[in-house]
Design a protein around this ligand. Sequence first.
Ligand SMILES: Cc1ncc(COP(=O)(O)O)c(C=O)c1O
Length: 381
Amino acid sequence: MTVPTPDLPSLPPRLLLGPGPSNVHPSVLAAMAQPLAGHLDPAFLALLDEVQANLRTLFGTQNAMTLPISATGSAGMEACLVNLLEPGDRIVVGVNGVFGGRMCDVAARAGAEVTRVDSEPGTILEPAAMAEAIARVKPKVVAFVHAETSTGVLQPVEAIAAAAREAGAFVVLDCVTSLGGLPVRLDDWGIDAAYSGTQKCLACPPGLSPVSFSDRALDAVRARSRPVQSWFLDVTLLAGYFGGERVYHHTAPISAILGLTQGLRLVIAEGLDARAARHRDAAASLYAGLAPLGFTPLVAEEHRLPPLSTMRLPDSVLGWNGGAGEAGLRRRLLDGHDIEVGGGLGPLAGKVWRVGLMGENARKENVDRLVGALEQELGQG
Ligand SMILES: Cc1ncc(COP(=O)(O)O)c(C=O)c1O
């Protein structure tokens, strides 16, 4: 008896202008729908070689241990921190948003002594405050976020990384919302461990976390006094599969890696500089398009993050449709226009929107669609 194939599940065709995921190029979806080969098949391993080489290009590094972790960006964060930290080690974490806060949680759960250096959401971490804490605490690790998706701030990296290196600390950088959309130069900046996610500027589905470890960081992991608490994320074990030997560690998510292979080919074909310029241009048209509707940027111009813009909300949005307010208008954009935008997080909830123009979506035509929908709903068309 032949069993009839059930209908395929489906989702509405949303334009994803929130903080991620972003829309995926059709050829990435097509790559993911390829029939499987085994995760040790030479044909698949050749593609994995290509993925690792292209990730090195995007990260701006020669690091051999550059690989896609088989889980989302938070696993990349966890991988960088739990490999470098042992119980009792000191870490200084810069916190100017939700993801710096998450780094503190992860480090504390790894048994580290955490020193936070906070700055107001919407502002950068002050290099002088970070340098002072680093000099005082003498940490093993300094960690901070390059592109804070919760606030829309792009953090200048070099001065903090230099202060950390001068103090002999390892530097961990969150590149979740920068990789593939903005210049990332791990080797020039002196970064020891960095992580990203596939669902933002790389325009692939969520599910993989590109990470990179310097040789110096790997030496430190090998010299630990006790094994990394997480078997799955122990980079010395991951090296068995993602290094030269290509022996089984866990079953690599083949379809997701096929998608990433194609996503990275698209990035390389476009060129890193052209792609960064496209993200900057799209953000500029967003500010220009939303200004007449009364939206104002939260972040000072020189620190704005092109892939993710935080916009303060005008009264017309806060008071939209009687009591429905900004959350009601976001829901209306979704239901009536198939457009997703993000609300504020934490202290910014109800005060800002987070509009993502990431990867494939960083184009003026998407800005025009959002502005047109808002004009219609706010009666200003
Ligand atoms: C800056 C930053 N770091 C870490 C994460 C966590 O990534 P994920 O949600 O893929 O686990 C995110 C997710 O939005 C992020 O924006």
